[in-house]
Design a protein around this ligand. Structure first.
Ligand SMILES: [Zn+2]
Length: 419
């Protein structure tokens, strides 16, 4: 009997260890003004050898901008030395990240589980069950599609809207949450679907719509269960120590050329080889099966950027002017809807050169007429307190921005007769 209970205790201890969540007690977030090239190089080195440091966004692309860095307690000493040595201008914007995460979790737990709260983050299972509900309501118009299976065996499911289930319609594809921590992409996609169905959006019947709110399913689930700031996939890479690949550096489009780190532990490690990640390979294969893809849209956080391809070169794409004109009109619509201002331009203008991006691969290989990628709220300079970038307070405004942007892009493309 005694042995039995001892074994139970051991088993329980193991299960507790397995389920343990990353904690961020007394982790701080600093806002840093990156003013010169030496400071920029320092940021790059921190990004390459993180050891607990993590930028809230990708690492800063250039001087003259503000960036936000999570600093773990074991780095406080080193960090204060770096601040002094490199004369960094820093502002403490959060002195206990865990407290902010706890507040977010409490907010999630307060939501009424039996009601769909469109101002709350949803777990992957919640998204899937909502899809099933929607399909049950309108089985002739809606269906669930799968682009394939993730490394951990999760179905990568999205919602397809094809009113009347007819063939031969032009298609639109929405990709979100390729980066596991960027939950506003998922909530914006869900809100867009909901609004379009409620409003019976003007061009709903005209297109065949594919909405994929969570591409990096394993990473997203891990961000919920283990580490709110998880960005990468969950497939082991060539290192023994670190897991995962930056999925938005993994596509076979100028792979491993720029905006990446060779350190497998870095947050922007592009993978052991192009398309090493099943999620990204599956996405590319699935895109080839869509008969007439006209528009490809993707959501990231954060920075309030409205981006035109590409990231891998500064050379302008042939349809740059078209993208820019429609982008300006959509930007006006965002401003009218919520007052928010998004900066419009090619990805390379904001991030420096970045290769292996999924939307660039789609644009170059599948050749939709229009491809845009957004960095949602807030702006780089707006992270002031609390947990801004992981906070549910931006769910509603970001979704409203994107509903205005997306519907205007599509309206305008229809007016011009290009889709
Ligand atoms: Zn991202």
């Amino acid at each position: 009997m005694k042995w039995k209970s001892l074994l139970t205790i051991i088993a329980l201890s193991f299960s507790i260890i397995l389920a343990e969540k990353a904690r961020f007690d007394f982790y701080r977030i600093y806002e840093i003004s990156v003013d010169n090239d030496v400071q920029l190089n320092l940021m790059r080195q921190i990004s390459d050898y993180p050891d607990g440091y993590q930028f809230l966004n990708s690492l800063p692309p250039s001087t003259g901008i503000k960036t936000q860095l999570i600093v773990p307690p074991h780095k406080f000493g080193e960090w204060s030395e770096l601040v002094e040595k490199f004369d960094l201008k820093v502002k403490l914007i959060n002195n206990n990240l865990q407290a902010s995460l706890d507040r977010e979790e409490a907010r999630y737990n307060r939501r009424k589980a039996d009601e769909r709260d469109f101002n709350s983050f949803w777990k992957y299972e919640e998204i899937q069950s909502w899809f099933q509900e929607k399909v049950a309501e309108r089985p002739n118009d809606l269906s669930i599609f799968s682009i394939g299976t993730s490394y951990e065996g999760n179905e990568i499911n999205g919602l397809r809207i094809n009113v009347g289930n007819q063939t031969g319609k032009p298609s639109i594809f929405f990709e979100a949450t390729i980066h596991a921590t960027e939950w506003l992409g998922a909530t914006s996609t869900i809100n867009i679907i909901n609004e379009m169905l409620i409003n019976n959006y003007t061009h709903l019947s005209y297109f065949d719509w594919y909405f994929l709110p969570v591409l990096n399913v394993d990473g997203f689930k891990y961000a919920w269960s283990n580490n709110r700031f998880w960005r990468k996939t969950r497939k082991p890479n060539k290192s023994l120590l670190c897991v995962g690949t930056d999925p938005n550096r993994n596509s076979d489009i100028h792979w491993n050329e720029s905006g990446v780190s060779t350190n497998p532990c870095a947050h922007n490690y592009p993978g052991d080889y192009a398309f090493s990640e099943p999620e990204i390979k599956s996405l590319s294969e699935f895109m080839k099966t869509i008969p007439d893809l006209k528009i490809y849209l993707s959501f990231h956080t954060f920075g309030q950027l409205f981006m035109i391809p590409t990231g891998f070169t500064e050379e302008r794409i042939e349809s740059y002017q078209l993208h820019y004109e429609i982008g300006e009109i959509a930007n006006d619509a965002i401003k009218e809807a919520t007052g928010a201002i998004y900066q419009l331009g090619p990805s390379s203008q904001f991030f420096g050169l970045i290769s292996g991006i999924s939307s660039d691969w789609v644009f170059e290989n599948i050749k939709p007429v229009l491809t845009y990628c957004w960095e949602l709220r807030p702006t780089w300079g707006e992270v002031e307190s609390d947990l801004d970038t992981a906070s549910s307070k931006f769910i509603k405004p970001a979704a409203e921005d994107m509903y205005a942007a997306v519907t205007t892009v599509i309206d305008e493309a229809r007016i011009r007769g290009i889709v």
